[in-house]
Design a protein around this ligand. Structure first.
Ligand SMILES: [Zn+2]
Ligand SMILES: [Zn+2]
Length: 288
């Protein structure tokens, strides 16, 4: 299998921020698969006139690390081979986002079970929704603002919308609850993916200690816990969420940890040993 040329990032985000996911996906797909020229993509995908000279599509694929060496790289490749190569690359979130944009442009219904398994595995390294929301928060919401925390706290909670949905499957009817990925990602960013109780953080492959704060988010992992579960009527808002490591998260669900008010703030009670623990806190918490 031919080696995928290494990514080479341009830090200019202006063009990337101007277009929607559908347009970005089409640019990524065509650059890699058909090798369509940037001028043609500006006209056909982004709906611009010829005066844009291809700079807009160029800005989009360059921002994700693709360059001239990637033009038409997959031309003539069978789809399963492309999926397999991406599967290998996807341990690095930088490739995952390209893969997810690529997948937006193909008909996933025709894929074999094996291909769908590879896609599902890639989604486990870095879930598609989180990665896209994370990219949106970093590029469009935070942008170049200096006060990252203020900006994150300003991000509005998603208004009460689709709380849950009835799903009918062969095993019966199930009620499923949804939580906004954007709001959850905001909470993780606010704490730099550190557990609000023990301070632990999970690092993904590719993390380096000298990365800047916002760049490092792509290489970190954390859980978000709803203090009052959505299934029990809890609201899907930041004030009902905590950023936790998987271990502390488990302890909330097992009943070992319980959050309680203390001196106008909150502490966490360890019910097992009967001790209180402090909570690292940067956002307003409300007990519903
Ligand atoms: Zn923890
Ligand atoms: Zn939870």
């Amino acid at each position: 299998m031919k080696q995928f040329p290494p990514l080479d990032f341009s830090h200019r985000s202006r063009e990337f921020n101007c277009y929607n996911d559908k347009q970005k996906a089409a640019v990524i797909y065509n650059w890699l698969v058909t090798g369509m020229s940037t001028r043609e993509m500006d006209e056909k995908i982004l709906g611009l006139d010829s005066s844009s000279k291809g700079y807009q599509s160029f800005g989009i694929y360059r921002y994700l690390g693709l360059n001239g060496k990637h033009q038409g790289f997959f031309k003539g490749w069978p789809l399963p081979d492309i999926i397999e190569l991406f599967h290998q690359l996807c341990r690095n979130p930088d490739y995952c986002i390209i893969f997810y944009y690529f997948l937006d442009c193909i008909d996933r219904h025709d894929l074999s079970d094996a291909d769908n398994t590879l896609i599902a595995e890639a989604n486990e390294y870095q879930p598609e929704d989180s990665l896209k929301e994370q990219t949106w928060i970093r590029n469009s919401w935070i942008g170049n603002s200096k006060d990252v925390n203020d900006r994150l706290l300003e991000l509005p909670d998603i208004p009460e919308g689709k709380r849950g949905q009835v799903r009918i499957s062969h095993s019966g009817t199930r009620y499923e609850y949804y939580s906004s990925t954007t709001v959850k990602e905001t909470i993780k960013d606010l704490y730099d993916f550190r557990c609000q109780i023990c301070g632990d953080v999970i690092l993904r492959t590719g993390w380096k200690s000298d990365m800047n704060r916002v760049d490092s988010w792509r290489y970190l992992s954390a859980d978000v816990h709803h203090i009052l579960p959505i299934s029990e009527g809890g609201p899907d808002v930041k004030s009902n969420m905590l950023c936790l490591c998987p271990t502390c998260h488990r302890k909330f669900h097992s009943g070992e940890f319980r959050i309680k008010p203390h001196d106008n703030a909150f502490i966490v009670r360890d019910e097992l040993i009967g001790q209180d623990r402090e909570l690292i806190n940067r956002h307003r918490i409300i007990i519903w």
